[in-house]
Write a protein that binds this ligand. Sequence first.
Ligand code: SAM
Length: 287
Amino acid sequence: MENIASAKAVKELCERYGFAFSKSLGQNFLINPSVCPRIAELGGAEGANVLEIGPGFGVLTRELARRARRVLAIEIDQAVLPVLDETLAGLDNVRVLHGDALKLDLAQLLREEFGDAPAVVCANLPYYVTSPMIMSLLEQRLPIEAVTVMVQKEAALRLCAQMGTRACGAVTAAVRYYSEPRILFQVSRGSFLPPPKVDSCVIRLDLRKEPGPQAADEALLFRLIRAAFSQRRKTLANPVSTGLSLPKETVLAALSDLGLSSSARAEELTLAQFAALSDRLGGQTHE
Ligand code: SAM
């Protein structure tokens, strides 16, 4: 098929293969022909090894394959596989793998597919797993240089927020720990079939070679961040003392040692301040 980035082409494929969109799998397929080339170009697919999550009918996969060295595309829905056989026919640098990207051993798959060479991730992510998928890609310390993905606009604003602003949350801190995030461009809901209820954004996360402000105990840092943001509008001391099973006085003393106010809230702290607080509280948690 010449062009599959159109409502007409996607509807025609649905009809011919008896395919029905699954809401629970986050199936909103791109029909705006200008979006996929931009994701491929801004995502660094040129000459790269690319991991795609959720190829759907292959509209982005084709743009990636035209530019990339190799593409590994992981798709959970068996029903799209025969369609991909048709839409990706003749592209011999693409491997489609049937499976759940959250459950597969990505480190091993990347090694099998790309050897020791690094990869980039490009995807129009299923919205129901945006955060777990991004966190899974970041936390596993895979040989990945950048993650360029379409997410709902609201998620993009949260994922790419600056620390110390009202828009940030626990996931913002985690993303900033591992990467430098930025919003690339906005995509209207009319660019998808079926159209979702909200607009979307393509974001790019450039992975740091070394994670951001180092804390002695990374697991404690993330427990602290989750506890702090669990009641984001409240002062830090209560949720942190509950979340880390520490006396409130200990938390207040640590805040004071770091020159932070006893009424500080999670959204006011920088990542470096969270790391310092984590180090200050380290060794004082009751496991
Ligand atoms: N890339 C296509 C496009 O842009 O038109 C489809 C994008 S659609 C938003 C998300 C795709 O991810 C669907 O094809 C869906 O079946 C697939 N998917 C959902 N959950 C998945 C998972 N856990 N692992 C792999 N693929 C998944």
